[in-house]
Design a protein around this ligand. Structure first.
Ligand SMILES: N[C@@H](CCC(=O)N[C@@H](CS)C(=O)NCC(=O)O)C(=O)O
Length: 244
């Protein structure tokens, strides 16, 4: 059996797929790509250019939620999707909301601050690739920064809005975790996995395969925000410690 994951190591949506594969103890090969040059590779496999893309013996699945659904269908052990219909509906609603709102907000907020520090962000963007990529990215960094800001609409205004979205969702999550150890029912599901993975760039877990910068080297306003919201991030960090 061959399982390949086409990914950006730094992408938190790809982290969802990696975590699901690891959780189910499936052996797989990571094909690490870098933003920009990924388009050619991915377009040969799928309709859109986005990652993650899973290739299981030639069967291609694109997008983190579809990858999780496919893995649960094909590898039934350690299910991430509940069978009970109401619980399944609730889990899928959490995942959709997190994918649509939390994922883009965390990405916009993090890149807005990190792109101001090429020394910190280039090793993240080039993670899993030979050192030559880092070198090339450092040389062309101003074009990369401009391209990423334009492509993902990252600026002062969108980053401020992303910060509000992150705080709203983190508050909802913390409230849910105050009432119950899991977002839905009595077991770890793809809702918990999605919440923890999509916010992971903010608490930088060791199992996430990129060279996270030391918190002390982050821009001051980002450090301030992270310290202020440490308690809200704590339940997600705990999910990593227990299930990743
Ligand atoms: N909803 C998608 C979002 C995936 C996504 O936005 N991937 C980004 C990386 S974080 C990407 O591939 N961007 C490059 C592109 O769209 O070409 C999912 O859950 O997988």
């Amino acid at each position: 059996m061959s399982v390949k994951l086409f990914q950006f190591a730094v992408s938190h949506y790809c982290e969802k797929a990696r975590w699901a594969l690891d959780y189910k103890q499936i052996q797989y090969e990571s094909i690490n790509l870098v933003p920009g040059t990924h388009i050619k590779t991915i377009r040969q496999l799928a309709d859109k250019s986005l990652v993650p893309v899973l290739d299981h013996d030639g069967h291609v699945v694109q997008g983190s939620a579809s990858v999780l659904t496919y893995l649960d269908e094909q590898f039934a052990d350690r299910p991430l999707t509940p069978e009970e219909p109401d619980q399944k509906t609730a889990v899928m609603a959490w995942e959709r909301r997190l994918d649509e709102l939390a994922g883009p907000a965390v990405r916009c907020y993090s890149y807005h601050h990190l792109l101001k520090r090429p020394r910190l962000v280039v090793p993240l963007l080039a993670a899993g690739k030979p050192w030559l990529y880092q070198w090339g990215m450092r040389l062309g960094f101003s074009r990369i920064e401009e391209g990423m800001r334009q492509w993902m609409k990252i600026n002062d205004r969108t980053a401020a809005a992303a910060q509000v979205t992150m705080e709203t969702i983190l508050t909802e999550l913390a409230e849910a975790y105050r009432q119950n150890p899991y977002l839905v029912g009595n077991q770890f599901t793809r809702a918990d996995l999605t919440a923890a993975a999509l916010f992971a760039p903010l608490f930088q877990p060791a199992r996430y395969p990129v060279p996270w910068p030391d918190q002390k080297r982050l821009p001051a306003d980002m450090q301030w925000w992270l310290n202020k919201h440490e308690t809200l991030l704590a339940p997600l960090k705990a999910m990593y410690e227990q299930y990743r």
